[in-house]
Every structure is written in structure tokens, then in C-alpha cells.
Design a protein around this ligand. Sequence first.
Ligand SMILES: NC(=O)c1ccc[n+]([C@@H]2O[C@H](COP(=O)([O-])OP(=O)(O)OC[C@H]3O[C@@H](n4cnc5c(N)ncnc54)[C@H](O)[C@@H]3O)[C@@H](O)[C@H]2O)c1
Ligand SMILES: N[C@@H](CC=O)C(=O)O
Length: 486
Amino acid sequence: MKLSQVLDNPALFRSQAYINGLWCDSSDGKVLDVTDPGNGESIGEMASVGVIESMASVNAAQAAFAQWSRALPQTRGDILRRWHDLLLANKEDLARIMVLEQGKPISEARGEIDYACSFIDFYAEEAKRANIESVTSHLPNAEVELWREPVGVAALITPWNFPCAMITRKAAAALAAGCTVVIHPSAETPFSATALAALAEQSGFPAGVFNVVPGEAPVIVGEWVKDCRVRALSFTGSTEVGRLLYRQSSDTVKHLILELGGLAPFIVFADCDIDVAVDEAVKAKFATSGQDCLGANRILVERAVYQEFCEKFVKRAETLTLGYGLDDPDLGPLMNARAVSKQDEQVQDAVTRGAQLATGGKLKEEGTLLYLPTVLIDVPRDARIMHEETFGPVAAIAPFDNEQEVEEIANATEYGLVAYLHTQSPSRIYRLSRSLQYGMVAVNRTKITGAPIPFGGMKQSGLGREGGRSGMESFMNIKYICRDWS
Ligand SMILES: NC(=O)c1ccc[n+]([C@@H]2O[C@H](COP(=O)([O-])OP(=O)(O)OC[C@H]3O[C@@H](n4cnc5c(N)ncnc54)[C@H](O)[C@@H]3O)[C@@H](O)[C@H]2O)c1
Ligand SMILES: N[C@@H](CC=O)C(=O)O
């Protein structure tokens, strides 16, 4: 099915880059073929632009910065608000675009549009609150002020698993702060990005403020990292590419926001409500077919309730439906064949090292990307799945005997994005919330994200925060003014 055939609003189907308020093809005519992971069919071709367009996007964003950064915050907020309203008005079409290019179930896609909108809503307000701060002076006859000013052009690089929300979480914050943006979406999901650009154009962002540049990532982003005019780089994606961009940005000392991979521990103590813990673990593992940076990668269960938990979890996993996103199953397909191979490799490795495969471990049907919800139990600590992000529907469960042991297992990783904890003991909640080396700790629940919170990780899960007040401050410099009044 072609994307253009499933939209009520055909203006959302854009197959070109959006630079300086104009839609453009690649100067060398290159295109990307985008396929539906649900059936392998081509849904359309997107312009795959190169160095010329990448540089042009920065030229445009730099030229637009002077006016946009000086616009009243209320004006920026009003335009963001119009963008928000247009996204909501086109929610069904945006959700369908996402299903066709990413594969997720339509209910999840609709949920993502709401989530994406919530960031624009939040920052349309927050734009007005970049207040000047007065500091009580430490010097005689001096007035001390801190001003918050936009850093300049911001490069935003986003992954395929949340094709809209990862863009709005960055772009709304940067635009509210007064930055102009150049956005590079993943090659797997460029149509969501250009649909957002079509709505941004309609909202009235001046030319050059909002640019979307699809194509080969190393070519496009490679220009941006070198360019001194790009003052901030906000990246969401794998830790591997994050490390590369960190190195590449060092020559021009950019502000960096890195939202990288995770290896979340999901810790279940015997004193918790096991049925709740099972329900929450199923959500934390299988949402978006496990293709979520917050996905529960290691499910660690206290030995006294281990067997009960495993039986209930396996039963639940086996009831989950798997199918085509528009039919709204519980799980959709994986993004590509590489993701399928990774599941197979991690399952094989765990089994070879002594884990038991309780269910799944293969595709629902050969030739598809529909990987069965899979549960491995008694997974040994040296298995790959206990150290490498799975990013798929394979759950790894292992027992533990005491708090000290589980804390040590949970922290024995380079990652530190989110940890889940299930226990009724207030003192244990307090102790572990302190000692878990994670940027976010979810206690007796799975859903914790939203526009007002500072999303982000520690260690090699990233730098800086997105969302909330800190999300906007990431795109601002503090200028210190000291005035003599004697
Ligand atoms: N922490 C978070 O908020 C968060 C959110 C979503 C996804 N993720 C992570 O993202 C990963 C999955 O997404 P992905 O497969 O799209 O990640 P990825 O790192 O392969 O790609 C992310 C983005 O980087 C671009 N990119 C790829 N290679 C590049 C290069 N050499 N130079 C410049 N840019 C390059 C891609 O085109 C894409 O736009 C997982 O590791 C997941 O945990 C993190
Ligand atoms: N699930 C995350 C995105 C990571 O993949 C979120 O809620 O923002």
C-alpha cells in the first residue's frame, strides 16, 4: 500500500526535504525507498539529499536565527501552539503514516501522537518563562543578573522507534528557546518527519526556522558536526552512534544532548503485588515490540516468588497478539531483518549458556518481521542479553537472593537510563532509588514519561535531559551580567 493512498489529508504526504521554507529534491536525484515492515512493500520514495542541501539547511537556519531568537516568546509560543493544534487535527493520518513506516500498532501510534503533542503544548507555554534571574551580589555596588539566551542553530537527529515524539521533544524545546533547527530523521521513518514539517509550514514558522533533511546520515550529520554555526547537537539513538557524534562534535565544542541506549533492570521483590508486577513487566518489555529505549532488558525476580512470576509472565506473553499495525494487535513487526537476527542471536547465546526458552524464540511466519513474544528463564549473568540492549520482544528473567546482589547485578552495566523496582518496603524503595545508577527510577509502575519530566540517563545512556524546564535550558546559554550602580 502506498502511503499517499491511506491519508485523509494528502498534503501530509511529502517526499522531499524541507529547507528554508521550500520543498526540495536531492541535487543528484537520489531517493530512499521506504518500506512497510508489516509486509515488506514499498510505501514511497523520499528524497535522499546530500552535502549541498545539508549545508543549505544550516545557511537557512543561521539566517533565520537573528529574527527568530529576537521574536517575542509569546510569538514563538503562538506558532508552536498552532503546530500543536494542527498535529492533533491530523492525528489519525499521522498515526497511519507511523504505522506504515514503523510498524507499531495503530493504538500505540495514536498514543505517540498525543505524546508528541504534549511536548509542543508544554514548550509553547515554557517559551514565556526563560526568565532573567537576579542574584544577590557578592560585590559592592553591583547588580548581578543571569540572562538565558538561545544557543543558535540546533541539529536534531532522531531514531525510528518514536518517529514523531523524538522530533517534537527536541524541536519544541529548541524552538521555544529561540533556536532554529535542522532535523535529520532516520532513513526508516522519514515520512513522519516531513509530515511534521508540512504542518510546521502551515503553522507559520518563518522560512529557515524549521528544516528537515532526510538522506544518508553520515553525509548530512557529518556536515553539521563540522560546522561552527551549529551550536547544539541533540541526538537520540544508539550509544554507538552517540559516542561517534560526541567525538565528532568536540572540535567545535557544541552543546550536546545525547539520549542513548538502555539496558533496564526490572526488579521484583517477593513483598510486592506479583500480579501487578507481571502486568507492568509485560508492558515494560513488549510495548513497541520491545523496540523502546526504556524496554525491560533484564527481569530480576527474588527467588521466593521466582517460579510464580515466571509462570504468570510466560502465560501473559503467550496471550499477546502479533500482526499488522493497522489491525491493532498487541505487537507489530520488528523494524528490519537486522533486528530479527539480533533476537535470534541473543536467544541462541542465552540457551547455549544454560537458559531455558519458555516460549517464542522465532518468527511467527518465515519471511515476515513478526517475532513471537519470547521468554528466556534462568538466564545466566554472562549471557549477551544481560549486557547488550535487545531492542525486541525477548524477555530475559533471572532469580536473585538478596537486595545487595540485585543492586550489584542491576548496576553492572555501562548503561543507566531507567530502572524499574517492585516492592512494598518504603526503606528498600528509598535505598535502591538512591543506589541504582540510573537517570530514572520507576517504582511499582511502568509509565513514567511525559512532557514535564527531565527524561535522560546516566553513564553511557547519555548526557543532558529532555522535557521539562531542563529540556529548554539545554538549548540556552547563560549570560552573566554584572552592572555597577555607584
Ligand atoms: N534515550 C532515549 O531517549 C532513546 C529514545 C529512543 C531510542 N533510543 C535508542 O535508539 C536506538 C535505536 O534507534 P536507531 O536504530 O535509529 O539508532 P541509530 O543510532 O542507528 O540511529 C539514530 C539516528 O542517528 C542517525 N545515524 C546513524 N548513523 C549515523 C552516523 N554515522 N552519523 C550520524 N548520524 C547517524 C540515524 O540516521 C538516525 O537518524 C536504540 O539504541 C535506543 O535505545 C534512545
Ligand atoms: N519510550 C521513550 C522513548 C524511547 O525509546 C519515551 O517514552 O520517551
